[in-house]
Ligand binder design. Structure first.
Ligand SMILES: [Fe+2]
Length: 306
């Protein structure tokens, strides 16, 4: 092959073709490769730096932590911001704000109608009940909405990812009643921290950043004819509430806590003493098409399209 300068090499990389391929994949790859060539040249990246980065990427993939890096570098929130902007332009910004799904959703959690114990009957920490209704943007109750709830354990671990936890521990699915009601008992979870001694922590240490998320609970709500709502609520008072490593907290999602609520009416959740409660309604937009009602979480959506 002829000698090449940088520009000639880039031109070859970006134009080689024996078939049409996927035009979108070609355009995106060309753009990213062009930007990386430029970065390497302008930042004078050394061979050792380049191969160290490639080794890190390989280890990141093996560790299953790609979703932590996308969150920590702001990509998950960026996608939400872009969807919010599109909603505003289309005049359909309404309902409960969306918040990032995060990489730790697991489909198939045990389902019950109206109420459940997310904590599986093992009292830990401060007893917490969250309750309310699922409504549409006209204020109508949504019957039979399916709500996935998941949160971290008392040391910030998620089942299926954190060693020693039972399958579907702290993961439940609730089907709303005829008036759209849901309620569940659990405990107030602590915040989350990225795993130490991992590819993710290596990068965040190199960036001089912490890897902490404030206490939160995840939700994925689906109902026929309504746009799937992926969101999180935050527990007020957390040190990191305005300094989330995933940039995911939002004003409309910080719940209010009522302390010392009388236990009457909560016996079916095993509550016999005053407890902490939060009332929160989830408001869902109308779906514009079938795709928006898709119950699939993000990885299932991606693989279904492949
Ligand atoms: Fe989380």
């Amino acid at each position: 092959m002829a000698e090449l300068n940088q520009a000639q090499l880039l031109e070859l990389v970006n134009t080689k073709q024996i078939a049409a391929g996927n035009p979108r994949a070609r355009a995106l790859t060309q753009r990213i490769v062009t930007d990386l060539f430029k970065t390497i040249d302008e930042m004078d990246v050394t061979p050792d730096e380049f191969w160290k980065a490639m080794d890190w990427l390989s280890r990141l993939g093996q560790s299953g932590q790609v979703g932590l890096i996308t969150a920590g570098l702001g990509f998950d929130r960026l996608i939400d911001i872009r969807m919010d902007e599109a909603d505003q332009k289309a005049g359909r910004a309404a309902g409960t704000p969306r918040a990032i799904e995060g990489p730790l959703f697991v489909a198939g959690a045990p389902t019950t109608q109206w109420e459940t114990r997310v904590d599986e009957g093992e009292p830990k920490g401060e007893i917490f009940v969250m309750e309310g209704q699922v409504l549409d943007t006209d204020g109508q109750p949504v019957a039979n909405a399916m709500m996935d709830v998941w949160h971290a354990n008392e040391v910030g671990g998620y089942s299926h990812f954190f060693p020693g936890m039972k399958p579907y521990e702290l993961r439940r699915r609730i089907e709303t009643d005829a008036q759209g009601h849901y309620r569940f008992r659990s405990f107030l979870p602590p915040g989350y921290g990225i795993p130490p001694n991992s590819p993710t922590s290596e990068l965040f240490e190199a960036l001089g950043r912490h890897g902490k998320r404030p206490a939160h609970i995840h939700f994925l709500v689906v109902a026929p004819g309504l746009r799937t709502l992926t969101t999180q609520i935050n527990i007020p008072g957390d040190t990191y509430i305005d300094d989330d490593f995933a940039f995911a907290t939002r004003d409309g999602l910080i719940v209010e806590l009522e302390k010392n609520v009388a236990p009457t009416g909560y016996e079916s959740l095993g509550i016999t003493a005053p407890f902490t409660r939060s009332r929160f309604n989830f408001v869902m937009q109308k779906a514009l098409n079938e795709d928006e009602t898709s119950p699939a979480a993000r990885m299932a959506r991606v693989t279904a399209q492949a």
